[in-house]
Write a new protein. Structure first.
Length: 255
């Protein structure tokens, strides 16, 4: 697993039998994988396949995928009228209108008849739909690769930023370590000056002074903390170096 950002965007376009298909993908931070799909009716059968494709490549983040189909006139599906059913509707409605004392010409219009179930039959165009679904899957795969590339590249930038911050922290730790080496002697000198200023000609108890300095030196000793922090910094740098190498390899595979 490499260091990868959870934010990214990708957009791909391509022609299919049903028209111009645009696939847009965007991802943002989320603890788990949260997938949102918007698919045109003509490609609704792809929903589960898309989910499988995404889950195979993305583990975390909210991922929104939108498929937009711009139909072409030349690919419009032919419309067929069920004339037998249309006549049956007309005859029965005309009879009912007469029974109720209504004018069939005013109450049984062509627009109303065409709106009744089964009168207008849109052909399925299964060959076009199947070919378009295959083309859509190709575009979705390309979009996923582009999305992952964007996430990998941002992850690389985040990695570089963390490396720079580690160097800044390391510089601060080294500076603190250098200053701590002089802290005991500085404390001893200041303590001696304060005692002389306050006691003036009083004889100084050298043993008590050295005891106070020893107690301060014990409390001010940060060697263990410095060593531990340097170890953490070293391990983190190694981890980031490994992640950067993985990111470089994955980006090369995706490009």
């Amino acid at each position: 697993m490499s260091l990868r950002s959870m934010t990214g965007f990708a957009r791909v376009q391509g022609e299919c039998e049903l028209g111009l298909l645009t696939v847009e993908m965007r991802s943002v931070n989320n603890r788990y994988l949260d997938l949102s799909l918007r698919i045109p009716r003509e490609l609704a059968l792809l929903e589960e396949e898309i989910k499988v494709l995404v889950r195979g490549k993305v583990a975390r983040g909210r991922v929104e995928i939108s498929l937009k189909l711009q139909s072409q006139v030349r690919n419009a599906r032919p419309v067929v009228f069920n004339e037998e059913l249309l006549r049956e509707y007309r005859d029965k409605l005309t009879y009912l209108a007469g029974e109720l004392g209504l004018d069939p010409m005013q109450n049984v219009s062509l627009n109303y008849l065409l709106s009744l179930p089964g009168v207008v039959v849109e052909q399925e165009g299964s060959d076009d739909s199947e070919a378009s679904r295959e083309r859509a899957k190709e575009l979705i795969a390309l979009g996923l690769n582009a999305l992952l590339l964007a996430r990998e590249q941002e992850g690389r930038r985040l990695c570089d930023d963390l490396v720079a911050r580690l160097a800044f922290i390391k510089h601060g730790v080294d500076r603190i370590d250098d200053l701590s080496r002089d802290s005991v002697s500085t404390y001893r000198q200041r303590l001696l000056e304060n005692i002389k200023r306050l006691t003036q000609d009083t004889v100084l108890d050298q043993g008590r002074l050295e005891l106070e300095v020893a107690l301060f030196a014990d409390r001010a000793n940060i060697t263990e903390e410095v060593v531990r922090l340097n170890t953490h910094l070293h391990n983190f740098r190694q981890f980031l170096s490994q992640q950067l190498e993985k990111i470089r390899e994955q980006v090369q595979n995706l490009e």
